[in-house]
Design a protein around this ligand. Structure first.
Ligand code: ZN
Ligand code: MN
Length: 146
């Protein structure tokens, strides 16, 4: 996994290729997306950016996220009962661990996902292109506060 700075540089380079102007507020937004700490929602990113750049709009945040998503540089996690969340740090499909109480989302370092994908492909004859693997539970903090 690249560090936040090199991931930011990658995202900035990809967007520049697509004539995206890197204004200071967009740079700040890209840095947040590059780290994607806790897999933020668009609204959460907007709140953080707005604190520094009050003229930023939520539409700008969505536009940037959607552009990066279309370029395959951001992984979008959709939920039927909650806002979509974003991972710009690791855009490849990978398992997620979701706290049902505080909605924290983590990337567990699990092995065997490649084996599982291969098993599914062999069983079904599918060419597997992507997957969605979410684990739900209570994080250690929320277990303490039960
Ligand atoms: Zn929690
Ligand atoms: Mn993730």
């Amino acid at each position: 996994m690249p560090d936040n700075e090199s991931r930011f540089q990658q995202l900035a380079a990809r967007l520049k290729e697509h004539d995206y102007r890197l204004t200071p507020q967009r740079v700040a937004l890209l840095r947040l997306i590059a780290s994607s700490e806790g897999h933020p929602s668009a609204a959460h990113l907007y709140e953080q950016i707005k604190a520094q750049f009050p003229t930023t709009s939520l539409a700008t945040v969505y536009k940037t996220l959607n552009l990066l998503k279309d370029l395959g540089e951001v992984l979008e996690l959709g939920f039927s009962d909650d806002d979509n969340r974003y991972d710009g740090s690791r855009p490849d499909p990978h398992p997620h661990l979701i706290c049902m109480r505080c909605r924290k989302i983590l990337d567990p370092q699990v092995s065997l996902v490649d084996d599982l994908t291969q098993e599914v492909a062999e069983q079904t004859g599918f060419q597997v292109i992507s997957h969605r693997l979410d684990f739900y539970g209570l994080c250690p903090d929320c277990q303490q506060n039960q």
